[in-house]
Design a protein around this ligand. Structure first.
Ligand SMILES: Cc1cc2nc3c(=O)[nH]c(=O)nc-3n(C[C@H](O)[C@H](O)[C@H](O)COP(=O)(O)OP(=O)(O)OC[C@H]3O[C@@H](n4cnc5c(N)ncnc54)[C@H](O)[C@@H]3O)c2cc1C
Ligand code: HEM
Length: 401
């Protein structure tokens, strides 16, 4: 809880901080990377830095946290924190790094807002930062303990035992621990981080959802290659590297599994809705449901450009047929007519066909416009926001924009 003396100060300065978030974020990263260049080369995602739009995730989450502290001090901020803590754990973030980040973030606020940052204002925002930092540090410590590792010790060598081209754009890699050790366990819907050494000497880290059956001795990830666009955006660094260089017999640096999108084991009806490469977390959930012979009412929805783009189409269909009460609904922008079977339609997802009930638990994964459209449809169908779970394949900005 924020102290009585800081609460009015934070409330009064929050609008100015929010209005200056892009400038604060820019200064923060400039200061941080000037002093610690290796953090940009080896820890932070440099594409997120270069394409600009996603630089504000860290600073804006602190503003959101501050808002909660002053407007709803009785609410626990666990939902905001859990996603960040899981992401940090998948990167091996340690408590000492919070001191460095705090110094540069608070320094950036002071430099950006200038004289408005009196000693009293600086102290109030220092308190906000450390409330959030300590809550994250505690949550991350619990996650490290739960995984049975020392704080930050999440990186493991994994052998690639199989490489499979799924389509012109996607490749699957099956990973095993060296020796006879089974791969560490994971919850359906979780991801791992993969770290690769790039030709310029930098190490870059990206996350990939585990799309195999939880509990099996190996893991599988499926990586879609991010191609350069005509508008000047370059090829994606890590996905292109994996497509070009990751082969059977090679070894990869992979983190322990993490992520808060894990499937809740209840008997409520379930909607698993994905688009494009967003199918990956849904597959591990489907494997889990099939292995546990679930009798839940399950609607599996998937949208894609065409049947040829639909990765793991056959496996998804087979898993659905193994489930007693599950149905599959596919929507393709093109080419649905080439398929036989009643489940494929041309166009975009239309939930009216599904007869969803308000107690349905919904899991979404795909591009932001797809998830935003579905979420608003689901709210219209009577689902409450608390049962709509989602995974964003990038920094989580979907509720702020
Ligand atoms: C929890 C989670 C799970 C995920 N699961 C999967 C999964 O199962 N499968 C999967 O394929 N992906 C998954 N992702 C996405 C994955 O982590 C990567 O983001 C993806 O592979 C792209 O990484 P990259 O290094 O290839 O591209 P990056 O190099 O990160 O580039 C990303 C984008 O930024 C653009 N860009 C880069 N530099 C610039 C610049 N200077 N100017 C303008 N634009 C620029 C690139 O063109 C590209 O479009 C997941 C992400 C998360 C967070
Ligand atoms: C109170 C302090 C902090 C807050 C509020 C915070 C917040 C965030 C948020 C919101 C994200 C994006 C999560 C997502 O949606 O994917 C993120 C990611 C990340 N954070 Fe933190 N963070 C803090 C401290 C730190 C520290 C101490 C480090 C280590 C130097 C760090 C390193 C990272 C990295 C590397 C990412 C991944 C994004 C990228 O690579 O661009 N963070 N953090």
């Amino acid at each position: 809880m924020l102290s009585a003396q800081s609460t009015p100060v934070v409330r009064a300065t929050l609008p100015a901080v929010e209005a200056s978030l892009p400038a604060i974020a820019e200064r923060f990263y400039q200061r941080l990377f000037d002093e610690h260049p290796a953090l940009l080369g080896d820890l932070f995602n440099r594409a997120n830095q270069a394409n600009g739009s996603q630089r504000e995730a860290l600073a804006s989450s602190i503003a959101a946290f501050a808002q909660l502290l002053v407007e709803h001090p009785e609410e626990r901020p666990d939902a905001i924190l859990a996603r960040i803590a899981h992401k940090h754990v998948s990167l091996g973030i340690t408590p000492d790094q919070y001191t460095i980040v705090g110094r540069h973030l608070l320094g950036a606020v002071a430099e950006t807002l200038g004289e408005a940052v009196t000693p009293q204002v600086a102290a109030a925002w220092d308190e906000v930062y450390w409330l959030m930092a300590n809550a994250l540090i505690a949550m991350e410590a619990r996650l490290y303990t739960h995984a049975g590792v020392e704080g930050g010790d999440v990186w493991r060598k994994m052998d690639i035992v199989e490489r499979r081209e799924e389509s012109a754009h996607a490749v699957s890699l099956t990973l095993r621990s060296p020796g006879q050790e089974p791969a560490p366990p994971f919850l359906p819907g979780q991801y791992v981080s993969v770290r690769v050494a790039l030709p310029d000497g930098a190490h870059q880290i990206r996350q990939y959802s585990l799309c195999s059956a939880p509990g099996s001795t190996s893991w599988r990830i499926t990586v879609k290659r991010e191609k350069a666009t005509g508008s000047g955006a370059p090829d994606g660094e890590v996905s292109s590297w994996l497509h070009a260089h990751a082969h059977t017999g090679d070894t990869l640096d992979v983190s322990l599994p993490s992520g808060d999108l894990a499937l809740h084991d209840t008997d409520t009806p379930l909607l698993l809705a994905s688009a494009g490469i967003g199918v990956t977390p849904m597959l591990s959930m489907l494997h889990h449901l099939a292995l546990s012979s679930s009798t839940r009412r399950i609607h599996v929805v998937h949208a894609d450009r065409s049947p040829a783009h639909h990765i793991h189409r056959q496996e998804q269909a087979e898993l659905v047929t193994r489930l007693k009460n599950a149905s599959l609904h596919l929507w393709y922008e093109n080419g649905a007519g080439t398929l036989t079977g009643p489940e494929a339609s041309e166009g975009t997802v239309n939930l009216d066909r599904l007869s969803l009930t308000p107690e349905t638990d919904a899991y979404l994964c795909g591009p932001l416009p797809f998830m935003r459209a579905l979420r608003s449809d689901l709210l219209d169908h009577g689902l409450s926001a608390s049962v709509i779970h989602y995974e964003v394949f990038g920094p989580d900005l979907w509720q702020s924009r």
